[in-house]
Design a protein around this ligand. Structure first.
Ligand code: NAI
Ligand code: MG
Length: 355
């Protein structure tokens, strides 16, 4: 039986709560004898920073390299720790130092899930977000901190190689789907960096004549995604733009409690990282009411990447059934079910209970 070494980084607030639920679902496949998981838990995040002065151990990245995949919850304790400590200091380091250059964020409106849009149509799209540079390069600093001369500066970086590997991934993905790719840009204001992005896009478009491709400015894109989201198939965007647009697309297909993402190293030299797209939601932490579906879907994306396609599809199907029935719903979906009850419902559809 295939064994997978999974690094578990629950993070802060609801992070550990929701990945525990994903683990319960993965355990079902162990009981069935489909595969086995060896968990390596790391208590990193804001809590670790408060205890030790660092968001994670000094050798964290090396330790992660030894695993098959990383299952991540969410970071952030903004009331006690500056957000960049766990964002740039941990999650962004995973993405950059492990070369997880694609952040893939599927958005699909399932039966039984209410969209805030009046006529949402058949939404089924994937956002491919560049994940290691762009607006989140992290290059820069602060000068004269706390004085009237204070200055904050951060560089937007687009490299040809960085744009190419991400946009190529998006073209390849479009080929497996409806063969439509939309490139998000903002050439009028970010002409220098977006110039590189758009040139690379045009070159690759010529290599993929079978994929229908177009360029759209990010501000217009925000409007089109509300006006006619069903028209889109694959969307490729820079780091910040993809981050924002994917919260928007999560919002129109049922909310952030349902949305998962895969941080991929498509070369497979490093372990990829799977996470819900939501943050640590301090406002609902510790109450047992967070929606675990986003984290469970992230576990399904992880199984798919590991090659356990059937198990992954079974989780997606179980989630779709639970949402279509609509009897068990967490608060964000308009119900009253506890986190664990939502997972119970998914396990029930998978035909298994965990004692
Ligand atoms: P957030 O995603 O944590 O919360 C936004 C809203 O969505 C809140 O009202 C929250 O209650 C709700 N929500 C989030 N996940 C939910 C779930 N599973 N079920 C039900 N409702 C859910 O974003 P926010 O408030 O901007 O950030 C909180 C902290 O999380 C900050 O420290 C931020 O830096 C961090 N963060 C971390 C991310 C990550 O780990 N990838 C991503 C985004 C934010
Ligand atoms: Mg985000």
């Amino acid at each position: 039986m295939q064994r997978y070494r999974i690094a578990l980084v629950g993070g802060d607030h609801i992070g550990p709560e929701v990945v525990a639920e994903g683990r319960r679902v993965l355990a079902a496949f162990e009981r069935e004898g489909v595969c086995r998981f060896e968990w390596q838990e790391y208590p990193w995040g804001a809590g670790h920073y408060l205890r030790t002065g660092a968001a994670m151990d000094a050798d964290a990245i090396d330790r992660l390299r030894g695993c098959d995949a990383i299952y991540f919850g969410a970071h952030g304790d903004p009331a006690r720790v500056p957000e960049h400590v766990t964002g740039q200091g941990m999650l962004h380091r995973f993405r950059k130092e492990l070369g997880l250059f694609v952040n893939l964020r599927p958005a699909r409106l399932l039966p039984g899930v209410a969209s805030p849009l009046r006529e949402p149509g058949d939404i089924d799209l994937q956002i491919v977000r560049e994940n290691t540079e762009g607006e989140y390069s992290g290059m820069g600093g602060r000068l004269h901190v706390g004085t009237p001369l204070e200055l904050g500066m951060q560089a937007i970086v687009v490299t040809r190689a960085g744009a190419e590997r991400t946009i190529r991934f998006a073209f390849e993905l479009a080929r497996t789907r409806r063969r439509q790719l939309t490139c998000v840009t903002k050439g009028s204001a970010l002409g220098q960096v977006m110039g590189v992005w758009v040139d690379v896009f045009a070159e690759l478009a010529a290599e993929y004549p079978d994929v229908q491709s177009e360029r759209v400015n990010v501000d217009a894109m925000a409007m089109y995604l509300l006006a006619r989201p069903a028209a889109y198939d694959v969307i490729v965007a820079s780091n910040l733009m993809g981050d924002i647009l994917s919260d928007l697309t999560a919002g129109i297909v049922g909310g952030i409690g349902l949305a998962a993402s895969a941080n991929l190293d498509p070369t497979r030299r490093n372990p990829s990282l799977f996470e819900p797209i939501h943050g640590s939601a301090p406002d609902i932490a510790g109450q047992g009411i967070a929606n675990p579906i986003a984290a469970i879907r992230a576990a399904a994306l992880m199984l798919d990447w590991l090659g356990e396609r059937e198990a992954s599809q079974r989780i997606d199907a179980a989630i779709a059934e639970v949402l279509a029935e609509g009897t068990v719903r967490t608060r964000d979906l308009g119900g009253t079910a506890a986190t664990t009850k939502m997972t119970d419902a998914v396990l029930d559809k998978l035909g298994t209970v965990d004692s």
